[in-house]
Design a protein around this ligand. Structure first.
Ligand code: ADP
Length: 632
């Protein structure tokens, strides 16, 4: 071939044949390739979706889970002392250094684990003597610098103004999600460790739960802005034991309750929004005091109960799984069912996320998988529509073709049968003339003439069956009802069939009960009866018996044709009324038939609102029963 063809042509030929063989290969493995393509597309989409930043909605769903979580008891190790507008009315005014001194002395007498001021205590008003006395008392205590926007460079080096220079202070910054996460100003995180310094919350919590001295053991810690952080496991507002400042000031309460506790002293004045935070539970301006926020942060570490974020790969895995499922459902399941499956999947996923969060405290990202359901659905629905459209077009074309063929066939059968009838009638006429002729026929001649006559009759019967069938298939059959005595019809048909029975020495008997006349189409009913009686004779051996009975039972006229013939195998019994059906024992016998007789009989009986049924034992005989309602 190399010698015959130029290399370029040869190369082109090879390429084409390679593409052709690839196409052939594609066709045979089309289903698996389609599945692979779908899977890859869904995965690609999932990866793209998981790159979409959805932090603010994610934060909303985080808050929702917190909100739905049943309340959990606090550690009981943290208590609050608050001064509020009532305190100001009683003292009166803001507590001065002397008031703080009095209150601090009482609390310290009860030997608390720590006493914490959640505001800059060096700024309280009072004489320098009072301030010095307070500073002296608080020298070895711990104070909170509750600065919203701390100067991180000075973390650990803070100093209070004189005379509080010797007072122990610790950084306890807090954050509002303004640039990060929810970007809604809600406080969700707390800082643990920054610039080689533990924050106040950890230092206090470690006194009760030493486990949190080890950063790796603090649940849910993560690094952000070069600081170790974790989420706060918030309690609802008012969960911590709170005492009123003025009650301690007035000696109106027993302070021994503070023994061994961490006591936070702060304000709830409803004046400055900076002294309040928004929480996942509540976004109103004064949702929670800074003091209660610090209490929550310390308590989170004492219980070491911060929620743990699931690793990114878990979120990606969920997104991929849900994308693949969505694409599969959209492309293969019926639309209504598909939506149901996807809604159920979404519901199960949301429920699983909730269960992971509570009671296990694991935070699974919900937005990307949910987005995957939504996007994959809308991305693949048009694709599905195109496929469906193509399929229904193909189906329509096929159907059109089939119905055209069906009409052609029916017309053809009708025309053929009709055209055959005329020559047949002529043959029958001629045989009559010959039979009645004056010239006597020899024995073989008259036998031949009988055979011709018989065959012509068989053919006529066959043609009228086919004609009936063609009529039913094309335009249906109309009933021409008349009042009739069924017994008369039976007698008529029996009489006509006697000749057939005699040929096989079959005893054809009729036992007819007197009946009411009913309205039926006598022609159609005669066809039903002759089919049943002729079948009984046809499928019975010589010298057997065929019994036709009529009766009236429970408001119905019942006609039965019983024979002692070959019977019908049990497994074939349900099929005998189907068009063109012939049982195996009939097919293997020399008995001829079209398989249409019983189909027509059933059709005609049902037109009369009646029923037809058969009981049979192979080798012993069959009984066909027609039931017609008296009133129709
Ligand atoms: P066919 O022209 O073949 O007789 P029918 O529709 O009248 O068609 O009957 C359908 C099939 O039911 C027959 O082929 C035969 O297998 C079975 N059948 C009908 N009547 C009898 C019977 N009396 N005894 C045994 N088999 C019967």
């Amino acid at each position: 071939m190399r010698n015959l063809l130029p290399p370029a042509v040869l190369d082109a030929f090879l390429r084409v044949s390679r593409v052709a063989s690839l196409l052939r290969h594609w066709r045979t493995h089309e289903k698996s390739y389609n599945a692979l393509i779908r899977f890859s597309l869904a995965t690609l989409l999932a990866v793209l979706i998981s790159r979409v930043s959805a932090d603010s909605i994610e934060a909303y769903f985080y808050d929702l889970r917190i909100w739905l979580k049943p309340p959990v008891a606090t550690s009981g190790a943290v208590e609050m002392v608050l001064f509020d507008p009532t305190t100001m009315a009683q003292l009166p005014g803001l507590p001065k250094a002397a008031a703080h001194l009095k209150v601090a002395q009482q609390i310290l007498e009860s030997e608390p684990l720590a006493i914490v001021y959640t505001f800059d205590v060096s700024k309280v008003e009072g004489s320098s003597d009072e301030k010095s006395a307070l500073a002296e008392l608080l020298k070895n205590q711990i104070f909170v610098i509750a600065d919203e926007d701390p100067d991180f460079t000075s973390v650990g080096k803070e100093k209070l103004n004189n005379p509080f220079k010797e007072t122990a202070i610790s950084p306890a910054p807090f954050t509002r999600d303004n640039k990060f996460g929810g970007k809604d100003g809600v406080t969700r995180r707390q800082m643990l460790y920054y610039h080689n310094t533990w924050m106040l919350h950890q230092m206090l919590a470690a006194k009760i739960n030493p486990e949190v001295n080890d950063l790796s053991k603090i649940r849910g810690h993560f690094e952000l802005y070069q600081a170790e952080q974790t989420n706060v496991d918030f309690h609802r507002k008012g969960s911590f034991q709170t005492s009123k400042f003025e009650n301690i000031f007035n000696h109106a309460m027993d302070t021994t309750r503070f023994k061994g506790k961490i006591v936070l002293i702060g304000d709830d004045l409803n004046e400055d929004s900076k002294r309040y935070i928004l929480t996942p539970y509540d976004r109103s301006v004064n949702a929670m005091t800074l003091t209660e926020m610090h209490a929550n942060m310390i308590d989170t570490l004492i219980r070491n109960s911060a929620p743990v974020k699931a690793p990114a790969w878990v979120n990606l895995l969920f997104t991929i799984l849900i994308s693949v499922l969505t694409v599969h459902v959209v492309l293969t399941v019926k639309p209504g069912r598909g939506i149901l499956i996807l809604l159920t999947t979404a519901a199960i996923f949301v429920f699983a996320c909730y269960i992971a969060f509570w009671p296990f405290g694991v935070l699974i990202g919900m937005i990307h998988p949910m987005l995957a359901i939504f996007l994959c659905y809308y991305f693949f629905i048009p694709y599905r529509l195109i496929i469906e459209n193509r399929r229904s077009w193909e189906y329509f074309q096929k159907h059109k073709l089939l119905s055209e063929v069906e009409t052609l066939k029916t017309n053809f059968i009708g025309m053929m049968s009709h055209d055959l009838k005329t020559p047949l009638a002529r043959i029958q006429g001629m045989t009559e003339i010959i039979a009645r002729g004056t010239t006597p026929l020899s024995a073989p001649q008259s036998e031949a003439l009988d055979t011709v006559k018989q065959s012509a009759e068989d053919l006529t019967r066959f043609i009228s069956t086919i004609l009936n069938y063609a009529k039913i298939e094309s335009q249906g059959v109309e009933l021409h009802l008349q009042s009739c005595d069924i017994n008369e019809l039976v007698k008529d048909v029996v009489k006509k069939s006697e000749f057939l029975a005699k040929l096989k020495h079959i005893q054809l008997l009729a036992e007819l009960e007197p009946l009411f006349t009913i309205r039926i189409d006598p022609e159609l009913m005669k066809q039903v009866l002759s089919n049943l009686i002729e079948n009984a004779i046809k499928y019975s051996p010589e010298n057997s018996k065929v019994l036709v009975t009529t009766d009236e039972i429970e408001g119905k006229i019942v006609v039965q044709v019983a024979d002692q013939g070959i019977g019908i195998p049990v497994d074939e019994l349900p099929n005998i009324f189907m068009k063109f059906f012939r049982s195996n024992n009939a097919k293997s016998s020399p008995i001829k038939g079209s398989g249409l007789g019983l189909y027509l009989a059933k059709y005609f009986v049902e037109l009369h609102q009646g029923t037809i049924s058969c009981e049979s034992s192979p080798g012993q005989g069959s009984t066909f029963t027609v039931e017609l309602p008296l009133l129709n």
